[in-house]
Design a binder for this molecule. Sequence first.
Ligand code: MN
Ligand code: MN
Length: 473
Amino acid sequence: MSNNSLEKSKGKLLQEKLFAKRKNGILRLKDGELEAIDSFCEGYKSFLDDGKTEREAAKASIELATSCGFSEYDPSKKYSPGDRVYSNVRGKCVILCVFGSEPIEKGANILAAHIDSPRLDLKQHPVYEASDLCLFKTHYYGGIKKYQWTAMPLSLHGVIYKSDGEMVEVNIGEDDCDPVFVITDLLPHLGQEQAKRSLGDGIRGEELNVLIGSRPFNDDEVSEKVKLGILSCLFDKYGIVEDDFISAELEVVPAFKAKDVGFDRGLIGAYGQDDRVCAYTALKATLDLDEGSAPKTTCITVLTDKEEIGSVGNTGLSGEYFKHFIHLVARSEGAELPTVLENSKCLSADVSVAFDPTFPEVCEQLNTAYCNYGVTMCKYTGSRGKGGCNDANAEFLSYVRSVFDSNDVIWQTGELGKVDGGGGGTVAAYVANLGMEVVDVGVPVLSMHAPYEVTSKLDVYMAYKGFSAFIKN
Ligand code: MN
Ligand code: MN
């Protein structure tokens, strides 16, 4: 064998230089990094189990922040570089801020994720009895495939305000000794007519009725005995009467816990990973900023509500609450709000679609994201020609790309399905309206919006690593 044949050919060398490189992230890890990934994801799974609603996730986030030296923001106070504060927005959103050594006028580094997830909300008059069973009427929240919500254990979370204004917190179905609830489905033996419905129509909105009881109250004088039995249980447990449901927010969610998926435990299966996966990784990146020293740039992380129904309302990012917070921070330093907004940079931290080999037809394989290929940057989302999305600027893509590359973040690009295949949006468009640079960066998900969503542990960790690198810059 001659020496020459060991040398790479001219074409091979040129190819190495010019072609984009794509490789499974697991094959690119440094020594010890796999262990770091797995241990990081244990904390993530606990966070998922502790926060199945926006209120619970906000509470869990504030508890974590408090344990890391964050105190409640006071707009009248003057803060110094390195100070760590949080703001609780109506119990449903959290804003964290770590003051930087540079003036706020130079802009902030912002992470924006959402902590609401698709679910079923109870209607205002939810309780009814039918044929000696008692049920709850629901109205779904966010984009769900309704047929996925039947015949599985469900839990109930939320708050009820009684007529005297007293608040009762509800969390039932999660503890091993709690009862659970269920939406029944037809047996296949009698499901021939149902089977002729289209998949989207397989279970209809008004069929998402949650079974909550069966034992009649033993008194011949009364009607609706099962309903009475249930209301009596609810009165004993929570001190509520039927009308108190009018001033309640109760959410029905899957009752199962986060678990490792696969023999090799490389994936996580859980409810509500869109978008608590980015919320947790953004939160952790913020909390893990060095407590002893200030970051150069002020870091603001917002965990918002209502993304799944269009970022609406006074806890959604199309509203003003986030801008108001930045305004207060700017004012305390004597800076102009527009200057701060224009100089700020944001990662809209939200999930993207992971390529699913069972349904290859909905993605374009050159541009979709893959499990284990790292945190995903999406220049655009939207539908029908990028409609309604933030289409990030090349200048900002260049910036984020260099931050990730110089910090050994394993990352990829992605898009929300093939052209004209459907689409969707994130908070990026609303953040962009404030005048700052923003791009979507997040974790690819299998079975997005299903009761049980799947992510890869490597991608989760790389989101954390990417967000950390971004806010330290
Ligand atoms: Mn999302
Ligand atoms: Mn979503």
